[in-house]
Design a protein around this ligand. Structure first.
Ligand code: RNT
Ligand code: ZN
Length: 416
């Protein structure tokens, strides 16, 4: 498509939407200003730079497509390349195991901001803001229980780790003049039946209370609920009920990972309940296929509905958008770009909903009209608006990013 076609298609689309009371320029402007936190772990299958230990903690990558980033320079190069194919200003979400350790082993209860100075500088130079995650998995002390471990030595090791991570996040937030969002996900659970469900949850709540007690003004903490982990199928300490109660009573940000619920559950419906009781949401946009499989995010009904619920609730300013999937079976940069652009598509689609008209129908009891417009809205010229958004931001329009990724594969990732 050439510029003229993209522009003309957009102009027609703009008028079509305007007739329904939707301002497409405004929607694009909001989309441009909404950062997506790119998960660094899509570049290297969640391995990081701490040690060669494999992934544990109930999560797993599958696939062995060539070209995985093997070190900090490769991760950085891949992130920048992916970013060059995505419109807007985004953030980078780091896990603690991605510290710049310079080849030395730094244990998790010893980590501090020193190991993230080069990330802070690199992020600044490249116009990215940083988010952060403590890392409970992939360590000899991970076991089945970390922050909920009844053994005080192990529990305090992970408390110390998480406290240190919050201080690192605070330093990042201070340096970038914008709060760093730090996610706390612990895998704690049990493969088989447990008769201590309450006890571990009491311990997790107590550990988190201790961790979150330190006042750090440049960061925000969020905690992630989960249904189950691989090898931890019978019981999850940090279940949804646990974290709903925890976040509501402590006023902590709730992390909603779209893979972390029963496969038939309507995740988007949680938004309008959580928003009443927790201060903000952190989203881990993912694609569960039969289970928490972390397939690449696509523009599917679940993701569309998630963003519609946020926009309908007027809560975009209370939602931090991050990605969380890891597919090692296809070109990893391709996976990165598909999922990020799909997330933007879903958000744009939500921003283009003819909400005023739909609400008017609803308020006046016109059910047929509401359903008809919801249905017709699906075939409005959304694609022309998304193309224009990409075009005006200088990134490839439509499938034009495919050859770009092929080129990078040929010149860079296939040589690894
Ligand atoms: C695991 C959680 C968690 C991780 C990342 C790597 O089920 O979703 O967010 O995927 O922290
Ligand atoms: Zn997640």
């Amino acid at each position: 498509m050439n510029e003229k076609q993209i522009r003309q298609s957009y102009e027609i689309a703009r008028e079509r939407y305007a007739a329904l009371g939707v301002d497409t320029d405004k929607a694009i402007e909001i989309l441009e200003k909404t950062p997506i936190s790119l998960h660094c772990w899509q570049t290297d299958d969640v391995i990081g730079f701490e040690s060669a230990a494999g992934l544990s903690g109930g999560i797993q990558t599958t696939g062995n497509y060539p070209g995985r980033a093997r070190n900090i320079d490769e991760v950085r190069a891949d992130v920048l390349f992916a970013k060059s194919l995505i419109a807007g200003n985004h953030r980078l979400n780091l896990h603690e195991i991605y510290g710049d350790f310079g080849g030395k082993f730094v244990d998790r209860d010893q980590v501090d901001v020193r190991y993230f100075e080069s990330w802070i500088q690199w992020a600044r130079e490249n116009g990215l803001k940083l988010d952060f995650n403590s890392t409970s998995f992939g360590h000899p002390k991970s076991g089945d229980l970390s922050l909920a471990n009844p053994d005080p030595a192990i529990r305090s090791f992970w408390i110390e780790h998480t406290k240190r991570c919050r201080r690192i996040a605070d330093a990042m937030g201070k340096a970038q003049g914008d709060p760093c969002i730090m996610n706390i996900w612990v895998h704690d659970g049990s493969k088989d039946l447990t008769v201590e469900r309450l006890r571990y949850r009491e311990l997790l709540a107590a550990s988190l209370d201790e961790i979150l007690a330190e006042n750090l003004p440049h960061m925000k903490s969020c905690v992630e609920a989960k249904l189950f982990g691989i090898g931890l199928e019978s019981y999850t300490v940090g279940s949804m009920d646990f974290f709903e109660g925890y976040c509501a009573s402590r006023k902590v940000i709730y992390t909603l990972d779209t893979g972390h619920y029963e496969p038939t559950e309507n995740v988007s419906d949680k938004v309008a309940s959580l928003l009443l009781f927790v201060p903000e949401l952190m989203l881990h946009v993912s694609r569960p296929v039969r289970w928490d499989s972390d397939h690449v995010t696509i523009m599917n009904d679940q993701t569309l509905d998630l963003f519609k619920e946020i926009v309908r609730a007027g809560a975009l300013h209370r939602a931090h958008i991050g990605l969380d999937y890891f597919d090692a079976s296809i070109n990893r940069i391709g996976a990165y770009v598909i999922g990020t652009r799909a997330t933007q598509k879903c958000l744009l689609s939500a921003l283009l909903e003819p909400l005023a008209k739909l609400r008017e129908y609803e308020d006046t009891g016109r059910g047929f009209q509401r359903l008809a417009l919801l249905e017709e809205a699906k075939s409005l010229p959304f694609g022309a608006v998304f193309d224009w958004f990409n075009y005006k931001n200088g990134v490839p329009v439509g499938e034009a990013f495919i050859p770009e990724i092929e080129k990078y594969e040929k010149n860079v990732t296939s040589k690894r």
